[in-house]
Design a protein around this ligand. Sequence first.
Ligand SMILES: [Zn+2]
Length: 169
Amino acid sequence: MPVFSRQYPGIINKLVSFGHKHTEKRKIDVIIIHSVYNASGGDIYDVDLIINQFAKYKVTPHFLIDREGVIYQMVKEKDIAYHAGVSRLPDGSTGINSRSIGIEIITSFDEAPSALQMDASVKLVKYLKEKYQVKYVLRHSDIAPGRKTDPWNMNWEEFVRRVNNKKDE
Ligand SMILES: [Zn+2]
């Protein structure tokens, strides 16, 4: 299990060269939760195959959470990652990549996030909410309805409840 602190020792750095744009400073007030699997042959849950797939499409999240709940950081938070696509916030605004952090949880159409992934995603989002003035924590399907259905099979109500519960570790 990843161990969390302000310094974030539980995160494994796996910074990639594609799918993002460097910035010196940006405002972060949105977190978008996604899910992904490897659809290109081989193990559908393999981290490196999934990263190869992101590379092929020149997209990436900031964070990727594997089935064991290990968190990989693929893009620095201050850099803009291409993860949201054509999308719109509840207040109607667009340009979500420029102000958001994207988190991909490895699941499939058939399987929910594992308990370890739920724990890791709750901890990660809580940490990011402490660090930034986050206005929205949303599913990809919330910002791109009709186009996106992820995160798949995620108990969103439980996730939101845990993120907002200060006692939940
Ligand atoms: Zn997505």
